[in-house]
Design a protein around this ligand. Structure first.
Ligand code: C2E
Ligand code: MG
Ligand code: MG
Ligand code: MG
Length: 282
């Protein structure tokens, strides 16, 4: 960064920031065209029962492959799509395709789909969920929508009403990345979540013996138990982490130790094998 001659004032112009802004602009333009160019696909990560490793379902995770930039991480493009108001059409594509793919599987396993707060603030969203189920023929019981705490941050009740309508369809809800954002425990008691997903940062902390992380997981498990909800530990990568999570009472586990996100064909194969009694243990 350059210093203003004499004045001691730093110029606002920063090359790195400029590159970031330029990269954002380019990515946003590419993202606008991605749906039409068919550059998205879904991967499916197993969710298993803690302890036994029995397959409980899959989480659908969005992938974007750009001909020039290659695979762009959803951690990067999902926030960008949210800011650029592109998440609604992309989110609809995800939901429609996850339902269609899941409906084709022989095994009636459950599929979880991530939903952005922006989608839930749209009053038409529950109707869209209903049409995605109807058009694919997927039973509502097989669909779970993952929402984050941030959905409760905005004023007004549109999102809460949308969640109620979704529950009325017979679709389940889970609370994703719990503990990382703003949390109002009040909403937890008012909205019927099937499962609370404990963020990976707590799993990592607990496995390193971090007392606060352990205390938080214990508290979440106790809270979920008393509200009749399950707990899913995210990002379990090792046997030690699995043992720790199991000891702390989490009911479900997801992470590289049990399986990375898989292409649809492999996920379907895993589901079929599991129905003959195999577990997904690493
Ligand atoms: P998430 O919903 O919390 O999904 C879990 C993320 O953790 C996924 O990253 C998954 O690949 C990763 N993960 C799973 N097990 C492990 C592990 O053992 N270790 C580590 N280090 N990571 C693990 P991914 O696929 O990159 O997605 C990142 C985030 O992007 C998701 O976090 C979710 O917030 C968002 N996202 C992904 N797909 C969609 C989508 O279709 N719609 C929306 N709105 N958001 C999505
Ligand atoms: Mg998720
Ligand atoms: Mg998550
Ligand atoms: Mg997460």
């Amino acid at each position: 960064r350059s210093k203003d001659a004499g004045g001691g004032v730093y110029h606002a112009y920063e090359p790195e920031l400029h590159v970031q802004a330029e990269e954002r602009r380019v990515l946003e333009m590419a993202l606008r065209a991605a749906l039409e160019k068919d550059e998205f696909h879904l991967m499916y990560q197993p969710v298993v029962q803690a302890g036994t490793g029995a397959l409980m379902g899959f989480e659908a995770l969005l992938r974007w492959t750009h001909p020039e930039f290659g695979n762009v991480s959803p951690a990067k493009f999902v926030p960008l799509a949210e800011e650029a108001r592109l998440i609604a059409p992309i989110g609809e594509w995800v939901l429609r395709n996850a339902c269609i793919e899941a409906a084709r599987w022989d095994d009636p396993i459950r599929i979880a789909v991530n939903v952005s707060p922006e989608q839930l603030h749209n009053v038409e969203f529950a109707a869209f969920v209903a049409s995605a189920l109807r058009e694919s023929g997927l039973h509502p019981d097989r669909l779970e929508l993952e929402v984050t705490e941030s959905v409760f941050m905005r004023e007004g009740t549109a999102a809460v009403q949308t969640l109620e309508k979704i529950l009325d369809l017979g679709v389940r809800l889970s609370l994703d990345d719990f503990g990382t954002g703003y949390s109002s425990l009040g909403y937890l008691s008012r909205t019927r979540f099937s499962s609370i997903k404990v963020d990976r940062s707590f799993v990592q902390g607990a496995s390193k013996g971090n007392k606060e992380a352990i205390a938080i997981i214990r508290a979440v498990v106790a809270l979920a138990d008393s509200l009749g909800m399950a707990t899913t530990a995210e990002g379990v990568e090792t046997e030690d982490e699995h043992r720790m999570i199991q000891a702390l009472g989490c009911s479900k586990v997801q992470g590289y130790y049990f399986g990375r996100p898989l292409p649809v064909v492999e996920a379907r194969g895993l589901a079929t094998r599991d129905s003959f009694g195999t577990t997904v243990a690493a």
